[in-house]
Design a protein around this ligand. Structure first.
Ligand code: NAD
Length: 284
């Protein structure tokens, strides 16, 4: 599966800003939005990574790379201003930049490690999302635009991370609901709770996990046992195959009456029941 070769161009003429667009699902959404007719600005901490995505897109005139840390409100305001200066407006914000805790249990962290990794991870995964919305909402009000947040299976279920990551993703789910309420009726706010994907997702620097990537240790078998769709439909863990829900929510024509909603694009983790689908143990 991949980005459709003949996309419906549901975002023709729109302008999007995506945090964490230098890799993973942020990059995949950026390229999909481009294919759907949008102009796209991507935020990341590494100019070279952003440049690579822009070169890969084949449409450098329709992309903008912005170096910013999502914990820095001034940098986010500057990124919104630069996007509007380059493309004239802002229709879609995708708060997405995040880190993971590599399932570190409360029993495997000292109090100091827990405290430091909590502050670092929450400042990116939760504060980073809220600060991005704070920087962008005036432009989104002008365009009657929308926000699509990257959530996670860990926004609904245990064991998608340790307690710090799970709490951060439940908090981000709270932001979808609260901000959908606060920004209505002019700005819609929705979320895509993606399941396990093969990306470059890193961990907190404060506990020595910033150089470790989920992609290095990604084992397909750890997903299959918990995912009803994997054996039947061969559900992919390629981020490209998670982008459709982001297009649906961002599209005015197709979602103008939808806000405060979350699509769980996770292969059916929530309905996995007691059977062993991965082993083919059913009548189908
Ligand atoms: N990979 C998975 O299995 C998975 C599952 C569920 C949810 N998610 C979520 O998807 C989102 C994107 O992660 P990904 O899996 O694509 O990983 P990724 O590391 O490939 O992408 C995240 C991007 O955010 C950037 N980033 C990190 N901290 C930043 C900061 N302080 N300021 C600016 N940019 C920063 C990174 O450099 C990276 O380019 C995250 O919110 C993550 O929690 C991932």
């Amino acid at each position: 599966m991949s980005t459709p070769t003949d996309p419906a161009r549901w975002l023709e003429g729109d302008v999007a800003l995506i945090t964490g667009g230098g890799s993973g699902i942020g990059k995949a959404v950026a390229l999909r939005y481009l294919a759907e007719g949008a102009k796209v600005a991507i935020i990341g901490r590494d100019q070279a990574k952003l440049d690579t995505v822009i070169a890969e897109s084949g449409q450098p005139e329709n992309m903008l790379g912005l170096v910013a840390d999502v914990r820095d409100t001034d940098a986010l305001h500057q990124a919104v201003a630069s996007t509007v200066e380059r493309f004239g407006k802002l229709d879609i914000l995708v708060p997405n930049a995040g880190i993971w805790d590599f399932n570190r249990s409360v029993t495997r962290l000292s109090g100091k490690e827990l405290s430091e990794s909590f502050d670092e991870l929450f400042s990116i995964n939760v504060k980073g999302y809220l600060l991005a919305v704070e920087a962008a909402w005036p432009e989104l009000v002008k365009s009657r635009g929308n926000v699509v947040m990257t959530l996670s299976n860990a926004s609904f279920h245990t064991a998608g991370g340790g307690p710090v990551y799970t709490a951060s993703k439940f908090a981000a789910r709270g932001l979808v609901y609260q901000l959908a309420y606060e920004l209505a009726p002019k700005v819609r706010v929705n979320g895509v709770a993606v399941g396990g994907m093969n990306t470059d997702l890193r961990g907190p620097e404060s506990i020595g996990l910033s150089e470790r990537s989920i992609g290095d240790s990604f084992a397909r078998s750890t997903i299959t046992g918990n995912n009803p769709l994997i054996p039947l439909h061969d559900s992919s863990v390629d981020p490209v195959d998670f982008t459709g829900s982001y297009v649906l929510f961002a599209s005015r024509n197709n979602s103008s009456n939808i806000t405060g909603q979350i699509i769980q694009a996770d292969g059916g983790i929530g309905i996995r029941g007691f059977g062993d689908k991965a082993a083919g143990g059913d009548a189908l």
